[in-house]
Design a protein around this ligand. Structure first.
Ligand code: TXA
Ligand code: MG
Length: 389
């Protein structure tokens, strides 16, 4: 068991250093190293080393049925990992790599640890656009499996302090390379229908609008579709009388709020859906509807919860911040600059925990561009506890 996590500083503007060599050595020799990428911080291990990959799952407390993304520093590292793939995949790589796009491709048997693929016949691969990530993977000289560097279920880390909050003492090293870029994880896609269409499995930094420039026909996995949160929303119950199950919502399926504040859980539709993701410890509700109606509803709920003695929080856009009076107001950014709001989302979600908030309400934004990935993450953080006003 690891007890001391070392911190290595690497300057993204000038990554070549002894620290890069040290991080590469640690990875090659079976260690776990967290590093910044242009999306979020990842927790890396040698993808071909079974024991090393297992350490990732142990450090994060990650369920073993959830496969990992393999990170490469160079297209030359791809062919040994995968079987021949379609022309569409090649065009997507040409257009979006390096960058926040993960491609699910047919895996070449026996190369990466079976823990990486969770027994699937595909492997998810990405070539990140971050100088520190690229330098460290190149120094390791092996493909690097890397999920987000958070404890399973918590918001992904966008700063080195987030990594240490969750994993200090559980991993060999963390690289401090400044704030991550996009702030939300990469877009995950698979190629379908013999290479004529794409399916988005997880929305992210490369938007559907971007992808359509290369592949006109795009489908969505059920859990990744725009409006997917709307389809699970329930009409607001008249003033919930009691708090939903107190404490942290974890490892549950999509939940809906019933009158009286009780939670109902429907059966999970896919393994990944078993788990609450990106979630603060408090119980969070996503509120949809016209801004004026949403803020009036939220403020009413906040008052009721405070009267019960609960610590309250709201996740809001700059334009509406003045409308609220709660114990903790996390202003995520402007509706006019959703890219910036995305960068701050996970830090805002973590700030509720830092302030001991027990009940949280979140505003909605339009599901266009990065707004699609933003709302996908907020809906998951709320464990699909969604109310329409
Ligand atoms: O931006 C990112 O993608 C970050 C940084 C560190 O690169 N990584 C990341 O990894 O978000 P993780 O493990 O938190 O999310 C990986 C996602 C999961 O939803 C997983 O189910 C999916 O990718 N995935 C991995 N391999 C897959 C496969 N073979 N088929 C389908 N989905 C896969
Ligand atoms: Mg993750």
């Amino acid at each position: 068991m690891i007890s001391k996590t070392i911190t290595l500083r690497i300057d993204p503007a000038n990554p070549d250093s002894e620290s890069v060599a040290q991080a590469g050595r640690l990875l090659r020799e079976g260690g776990t190293v967290a590093f910044p990428t242009e999306t979020v911080y990842g927790l890396g291990a040698n993808a071909c080393d079974h024991a090393a990959v297992q350490r990732i799952f142990e450090a994060k407390g990650r369920p073993t049925d959830n496969p990992l993304i393999v990170h490469i520093a160079d297209r030359a590292q791809l062919d040994p990992l995968v079987l021949p793939y379609s022309g569409i995949a090649r065009r997507l790589m040409d257009r979006f790599w390096p960058g926040p796009l993960t491609l699910v491709l047919p895996v070449r048997p026996g190369v990466v640890s079976p823990h990486v693929t969770a027994g699937l016949d595909t492997v998810a691969v990405r070539l990140p656009a971050h100088p520190v990530a690229l330098a460290v993977i190149a120094a390791a000289g092996c493909p690097v499996a890397a999920p987000s560097a958070n404890s399973s279920g918590r918001p992904s880390p966008t700063e080195v302090s987030h990594v240490l909050d969750d994993l200090d003492g559980r991993i060999d090293a963390v690289i401090d390379g400044g704030a991550a870029g996009v702030g939300l994880e990469s877009t995950v896609v698979e190629i379908i229908d013999g290479g004529s269409a794409l399916r988005i499995l997880r929305p992210g930094g490369v938007t559907a609008e971007d992808l359509r420039e290369v592949v006109p026909r795009i489908e969505y996995d059920e859990v990744a579709a725009p409006g997917q949160s709307a389809s699970t929303a329930r009409e607001a119950a008249p003033a919930a009388a009691a708090a939903p199950d107190a404490g942290r919502i974890a490892d549950i399926g999509p939940a809906i709020l019933l009158p009286g504040g009780r939670l109902a859980h429907s059966a999970p539709r896919s393994p990944g859906m078993k788990y609450a993701h990106y979630a603060p410890r408090g119980i969070m509700e996503l509120v949809q509807g016209e801004p004026a109606a949403a803020s009036a509803y939220i403020q009413g709920e906040v008052r009721t919860a405070r009267a019960r003695g609960e610590r309250t929080g709201v996740l809001v856009f700059t334009e509406h911040a003045h409308l609220y009076d709660a114990d903790h107001i996390a202003v995520v950014g402007s509706l006019a600059h959703l890219e910036t709001a995305a960068q701050g989302l996970y830090a805002a979600l973590r700030s509720f925990d830092d302030n001991g908030v027990q009940r949280i309400w979140a505003e909605s934004c339009p599901e266009q561009g990065i707004g699609h990935a933003f709302m996908n993450r907020v809906a998951k953080a709320a464990a699909h506890l969604i109310v329409r006003v």
